[in-house]
Ligand binder design. Sequence first.
Ligand SMILES: *[C@@H]1O[C@H](CO)[C@@H](O)[C@H](O)[C@H]1NC(C)=O
Ligand SMILES: *[C@@H]1O[C@H](CO)[C@@H](O)[C@H](O)[C@H]1NC(C)=O
Ligand SMILES: *[C@@H]1O[C@H](CO)[C@@H](O)[C@H](O)[C@H]1NC(C)=O
Length: 391
Amino acid sequence: MVSSLSFLGSGLALASFVRAGFSPSSSSNVAVYWGQNSYDQSTGSLAQQNLAYYCSNTDIDVIPLAFMDGISPPITNFANAGNNCTAFADNPNLLNCTQIADDIETCQTTYGKTILLSLGGSTYTQGGWSSTTDAQNAAQTVWDMFGPQTGVAIDRPFGEAVVDGFDFDFESTVDNLPAFGAELRSLMDAATGKDYYLSAAPQCVFPDAADGSTLDAVAFDFVMVQFYNNFCEVSNFQTGSANQSDFNFDVWDTWAKSSPNPDVKVLLGIPANTGAAGAGYASGTLLQDAIAYSKQYSSFGGVMMWDMSQLYANSGFLDEVVSDLSASSPPTTTATTTLTTTTTTSSSGSNPTGSLVAQWGQCGGEGYTGPTQCESPYTCVSGGAYWSSCQ
Ligand SMILES: *[C@@H]1O[C@H](CO)[C@@H](O)[C@H](O)[C@H]1NC(C)=O
Ligand SMILES: *[C@@H]1O[C@H](CO)[C@@H](O)[C@H](O)[C@H]1NC(C)=O
Ligand SMILES: *[C@@H]1O[C@H](CO)[C@@H](O)[C@H](O)[C@H]1NC(C)=O
């Protein structure tokens, strides 16, 4: 993603810089699911295009591939992108996808994207495994199929390409999923050569019925909570209300800080278009306010969207999300080192960056080094040791 630091003012003369791929220290990661062609056009420019087509977009950091919707036995489904694959002779449900394989490598090496394989989806119906041993063996199989080549004779849908990790999007009961997740995590942690990430896409209703026990047992790098299709969806955000009665980013932030990885990032999962992912689409001021509010939580890691085809059919929406994410955001690490004189208290009135913080934006708190003055008529109100926001 290209982050413009121009709001810092010309005096600081900081150049824009290019970042791509998931960053655990960023609060503006953008993840977009690809693979299900949810806008449902079979031909033309709004039909789902090949993966690399989207990887050239510098506003997108993470692309989970949807889906490996069966694990034991393995099944893959990439909607119309599957038409460019061939089935393996010994497993007609598993696709040999040389084009996706080439595109994964292009996305990683040319564009620096983080490419995850998403496991599950709403059509996963296998119910998990009858023992922890079976679950652990299944994790090893998934690793052998999509991780670094181990020399094991196995059908590899993406050939020599190696994904950057896995995403859990289970939406029905999966027995022994914690054991499966723990084994996959330990295989990823033991691997050398690059960072592997584990993510999940629970629904916003807390705790998540299918993924909840795994989220509490295994260290995830980020979760992309589906704030749609439920009362807690982003479209039910109430502008101007400090205590949200439906929208529950605060609950996920609390979970994050006591989870096996207390630094886990929580991405705000939203529909990328009207009607995408069912209900809950928000845009304009409502989305801007919901993002500004969510950013006050230190676990906030950016936005996830469902899905790529819907996003590309919704002209201007990606720009809007990127602009909402960059609005009054705390300076990045690069900027922070420059702004050594910035005070961390909100009452000083110092405004070294020359920018004003919008309603619900962060304006103070321990460790915070960003702008501290609120847009009129808001004032900076302390919400605890770690954050203050404009209200
Ligand atoms: C299928 O392959 C064709 C030819 O390379 C390409 O133009 C098209 O974008 C691919 N479709 C998908 C969905 O990957
Ligand atoms: C996968 O597809 C490629 C291209 O069609 C082919 O060369 C290769 O032999 C296939 N691999 C298997 C195991 O079927
Ligand atoms: C809002 O929530 C906070 C923290 O849970 C609580 O202390 C406060 O009383 C609530 N305010 C209102 C108006 O409900």
